[in-house]
Design a protein around this ligand. Structure first.
Ligand code: TRP
Length: 590
């Protein structure tokens, strides 16, 4: 067998591992998941997950990889000195990598599409149209109507904020029952008689009463919001009102058009699969070329470039009027804003973003021979990854709030918000857009290669395939599996009908992402922590921590043995419904 590849240097390992970690997970997935889960509180839970679960598992993976010098499936065989059930963890990883890569390439494909579109400046006509429409609005609308529009808009925002807080006084289960009751009531045509009939159940009657008890308070809050909004605009003169109203309309038009531009890509399965194919070929070519070499060098320039661009765009955001709102959204924890599934989402996000739970870091670690620097490397990688994720939020949310966009817009968030900013910036925005999406594609590439590497290295190490054969075969098979994701939002295909057919509102891509990130990775990570903390022969474990201060070693051991596995299990149990943290939280807060 040919000698196994090795990293060019220690920095090479860190660059590659950070390249694997920093990707769509930070810039595409983290902001939209934060948006869907209400902001600040989610961010804090995420940071806790990184510290308590992510870091120790990252150390565990690198440790296992370095000790075994093998990819995940064989690593457990080697360390156990023979066939062992632990290799099932490796298998789960190979499978998870397969699934994640299958939709990862679709999103990366969209980013490629956007790079090219920015080059031809797709937002310029949008900006022009918006200006024309806002001119018409200005000519045809009286200042009084404009004032009314602004007040109503403000009142709506203020009202939504306060009613959300008031709703929290009702138990989540009662609120749910109440919503079901209201739907049934509407279906029955309403009326006192139907109401009576539906409320024959004792429990339901209590729940509905509980939910309706807050109605007066909500009405007062909505009236108050209106008064506050009126007060805010009372002092504004006509010119100020006109300027703001026209701006709101103009931004609204841009927002609609950019949203449509995104949908026209996402809902076009053929277009999506076209870009997916191109991205997949890029990934295959790089992985076929071996692990060191070109990619290590490209990382050296392009990762810092991405970092600098993010900072520039954050600075741009500081001058936008949505900046304050964005900061308080991302930084101010508000437990009322949390969704029931937020903790699971935060945990899944930490696994996804750090490339953990499927053996990617075992594989990358296996190309390293040094026994030093385990903790330092892990902290560097996790720190960089977290910094990029936070920067992405600071970049995106000022734009989201400046354009009245919904933070909870979902997976399209990055594609529907960043072009707004590029459109506003003008001609230079075009260039910035191309660079931004281009660097995003690059970041995605350094991550996708790690996913393909894990899958392919099994066939290289265990089945004796040549690298070329393994990479092309697996790459093409995974590409075939990416088709349902690429066509997931296309209304003209079978997958279009998949949405909501089981009552939910998840499309196919979101569903596999949910399954892989929130379930497969944490389960894999759980076993990896258990293995490194309890099962792995002590002498091997200790050989990997050469030079590590005893206090750090003990700290890691406690986290890997007890804390990380326990947290993962608790979160998963809560998600299955065996433990109801939602109601517990409600009781704690009231
Ligand atoms: N971490 C990458 C990102 O944030 C995605 C990724 C690459 C990954 N390799 C992985 C996720 C292995 C889980 C496991 O975009």
């Amino acid at each position: 067998m040919a000698a196994r590849g090795q990293w060019g240097s220690k920095t090479g390992f860190i660059l590659a591992a950070a390249g694997s970690a920093v990707g769509l997970g930070n810039i595409w997935r983290f902001p939209y998941t934060t948006g869907e889960n209400g902001g600040g509180a989610f961010v804090i839970i995420y940071l806790i997950c990184v510290a308590l679960i992510g870091l120790p598992i990252m150390m565990s993976e690198i440790m296992i990889g370095r000790a075994a010098q093998k990819q995940p499936v064989s690593a457990f065989h080697t360390l156990q000195g023979g066939r062992s059930g632990w290799s099932g963890v490796g298998w789960l990883g190979v499978f998870a990598g397969f699934i994640i890569l299958s939709y990862y390439v679709v999103i990366a494909g969209w980013a490629m599409d956007y790079t090219l579109k920015s080059v031809v400046n797709f937002s310029a006509p949008i900006t022009q149209e918006a200006r024309v429409e806002s001119l018409t609005y200005r000519a045809e609308t009286s200042v009084d109507d404009m004032r009314e529009m602004l007040i109503a808009r403000k009142a709506d925002r203020l009202g939504r904020e306060t009613t959300r807080t008031i709703r929290w006084k009702v138990r989540p289960s009662s609120m749910e029952a109440y919503n079901e009751f209201m739907t049934a009531l509407t279906e029955a045509g309403g009326g006192a008689e139907a109401r009576q009939r539906l409320l024959s159940d004792e429990t339901l009657r209590r729940q509905v009463a509980e939910a309706e008890a807050i109605n007066p308070e909500i009405e007062t809050a909505i009236a108050q919001a209106r008064t506050d909004a009126e007060a805010e605009y009372a002092g504004h003169d006509d010119v100020t009102i006109q300027t703001e109203a026209v701006d709101v309309i103009r931004r609204g038009v841009i927002n609609d058009k950019v949203t449509n531009a995104f949908l026209s890509v996402a809902q076009d399965g053929w277009m999506s699969i076209f870009w997916t194919a191109i991205f997949m070929v890029l990934t295959i070519t790089i992985v076929a070329g071996g692990i060191s070499g070109g990619i290590e060098k490209a990382c050296f320039f392009l990762m810092p470039a991405l970092f600098v661009l993010l900072i520039l765009l954050v600075i741009y955001g500081m001058f936008q009027r949505g900046f304050g709102e964005a900061m308080s959204f991302v930084l101010k924890p508000d437990l009322h804003e949390m969704r029931p599934s937020s903790v699971l989402a935060a945990m899944g996000q930490s696994f996804f973003s750090l490339s953990l739970g499927m053996g990617a870091m075992i594989t990358y670690g296996s190309y390293q021979q040094s026994k030093k620097g385990l903790a330092g490397q892990s902290i560097t990688i996790a720190g960089l990854d977290t910094a990029v994720a936070l920067l992405a939020c600071f970049m995106i949310f000022p734009i989201v709030f400046s354009f009245d966009q919904e933070p909870s817009a979902g997976p399209g968030l990055i594609f529907m918000s960043m072009p707004l900013a590029f459109a506003e910036i003008g001609p230079a925005g075009m260039l910035l857009g191309a660079i931004f999406f281009g660097l995003l594609v690059f970041a995605a590439l350094t991550s996708s290669i790690s996913l393909l590497e894990v899958v392919a290295s099994y066939f290289i190490d265990e089945q004796g395939w040549s690298r070329k054969k393994a990479v092309w075969t697996l790459g093409i098979i995974i590409f075939l599996f990416s088709m349902p994701s690429a066509f997931a939002l296309d209304p003209g295909f079978a997958m279009g009908g998949w949405i909501g057919s089981y009552g939910g509102s998840f499309d196919f891509l979101t569903t596999v992402d949910y399954l892989a990130s929130n379930w497969m990775l944490p389960v894999g990570g759980f076993f990896i922590a258990i293995y490194a903390g309890w099962v792995m022969p002590k002498r091997m474990r200790e050989a990997e921590v050469e030079g590590l201060a005893p206090i750090f070693y003990t700290g890691w051991l406690i986290l890997a043995r007890f804390v990380a596995p326990a947290v993962v299990i608790l979160v998963l149990l809560q998600s299955i419904g065996i433990l109801n943290a939602d109601e517990v939280l409600h009781d704690l807060l009231n």
